[in-house]
Write a protein that binds this ligand. Structure first.
Ligand SMILES: Nc1ncnc2c1ncn2[C@@H]1O[C@H](COP(=O)(O)OP(=O)(O)OP(=O)(O)O)[C@@H](O)[C@H]1O
Ligand SMILES: [Mg+2]
Length: 291
C-alpha cells in the first residue's frame, strides 16, 4: 500500500535531511505507529505520503501510484485515497458536526442522497450520534477529534494518516481515540499514526516504526514505544531554598553549606547521577520525551 525506497527529503535551505534514506513497506490493512523525538521527521514522512511534500531522493509509491512521477492533475485522486487527522482537529468552526463531515463528501461531488445516508452512519461509528447539530466549540477535544476522524473516514479511504491525533487530549481520551482508529483499521483501512504518546503505543501492541534525525532506527512488530529508549524524567529532589541567603554573606553567595532541610548530598547535583542506570536509560533521560 505504501512503499518507501531510500526516500530522502531535504527542505530548501536546510543542511540536513528531515527524512534520510528511508526504506520500508506498509501493507494493506496494517496499523503502524511512527515514533521519534520532536524533529525526527514523523510529520515529514506523513506529508510525503500525501504528497504535501515531494521527496528529494528515492522512490515512494502510495496506493499503486509512483509519487515522483505523479502529475499534479492526479494529486486530487491520490488524496481521495487518504484520510488525514491532525493534532489540532482542523474543523470548520462555523459548520455543525453534520456539516463538517458532509463537506468532505460535497467537495468530492457526492449526491445529496448519499450524503444524507452516509453522514449519520459514520457519526454513529465514531460515537457521536445525537450531536449532529452542535458546533465544534460546543464539543470537548475528544469529541472534536471524533468529528475529524469521521470526516477523514466518511469517504472510506484505503489509507488514514494521523499526525499526533491525541496530542491535545488527556490519556484516557487518547486511548479511546486510538481504539477508534483501531476499529477503522479493522474495516481494512491502513492506518499510519505519528505520535509521542508512549502509553498508547505500549497499550496497542502494533507495529512501531522509529525515526531518529530522519533515519529509520527501528521497525518492530507488536512493539512498544519503550523499546530502545523510554522517555524518563530524572526527578530533581533537591530542596528549593525557602528563604534568601543570610545577609551576613556580603557578596550574596553562600559558602556552599546547605540552606534548607536537605543534606549536603542532596545539594550536590553530582549526587543525582544514577550510576546504576543502563546506558540506554541514561541516554533517554538526557534526550527527554521531546515534549
Ligand atoms: N516546512 C519545513 N521547512 C523547513 N524545514 C522543515 C519543515 N518542516 C519540518 N522541517 C524540519 O524537518 C525536520 C523534521 O521535522 P518534522 O516536523 O517532520 O518532525 P516531527 O518528528 O514531526 O516533529 P514533532 O514531533 O515536533 O512534530 C525538523 O528539523 C524540522 O525543523
Ligand atoms: Mg510532527
Amino acid at each position: 500500500m505504501i512503499r518507501f525506497e531510500n526516500v530522502t527529503k531535504t527542505y530548501p535551505k536546510s543542511t540536513r535531511p528531515a527524512v534520510d534514506g528511508i526504506s520500508l513497506e506498509i501493507g494493506r490493512g496494517e496499523f503502524v505507529f511512527v515514533v521519534g523525538t520532536s524533529g525526527s521527521g514523523k510529520s515529514t514522512m506523513l506529508q510525503l505520503i500525501m504528497k504535501e511534500q515531494d521527496a528529494t531522493g528515492g522512490r515512494l509509491s502510495v496506493a499503486g501510484r509512483e509519487l515522483d512521477r505523479l502529475p499534479d492533475r492526479k494529486v486530487p485522486s491520490l488524496r481521495r485515497q487518504i484520510g488525514c487527522v491532525f493534532q489540532d482537529f482542523r474543523l470548520l468552526p462555523n459548520k455543525t458536526v453534520h456539516q463538517n463531515v458532509a463537506y468532505a463528501l460535497q467537495v468530492l461531488g457526492a449526491p445529496r442522497s448519499r450524503i444524507r445516508s452516509t453522514v449519520p452512519e459514520v457519526l454513529d461509528l465514531v460515537g457521536l450520534a445525537g450531536m449532529e447539530k452542535r458546533f465544534p466549540h460546543q464539543l470537548s477535544g475528544g469529541e472534536q477529534q471524533r468529528v475529524a476522524i469521521a470526516r477523514a473516514f466518511v469517504n472510506r479511504p484505503p489509507i488514514l494518516l494521523a499526525d499526533e491525533p491525541t496530542g491535545n487530549l488527556d490519556p484516557g481520551i487518547s486511548l479511546e481515540i486510538v481504539q477508534l482508529l483501531d476499529r477503522i483499521n479493522r474495516t481494512g483501512t491502513t492506518v499510519v499514526m505519528a505520535t509521542h504518546d508512549f502509553a498508547t503505543v505500549d497499550a496497542m501492541r502494533k507495529r512501531v516504526i522509529r525515526l531518529d534525525n530522519g533515519v529509520l532506527v527501528g521497525d518492530v512488530e507488536a512493539g512498544e514505544y519503550t523499546t530502545g529508549s523510554i522517555p524518563r524524567i530524572e526527578l530533581d529532589d533537591r530542596p528549593i531554598p525557602t528563604r534568601a541567603p543570610e545577609p551576613a554573606v556580603a557578596d550574596g553567595y553562600d559558602d556552599g553549606a546547605p540552606t534548607g532541610a536537605g543534606s549536603a548530598a542532596e545539594a550536590d547535583p553530582a549526587a543525582h547521577v544514577d550510576d546504576e542506570a543502563p546506558d540506554g536509560e541514561r541516554q533517554a533521560a538526557a534526550q527527554g520525551s521531546g515534549r
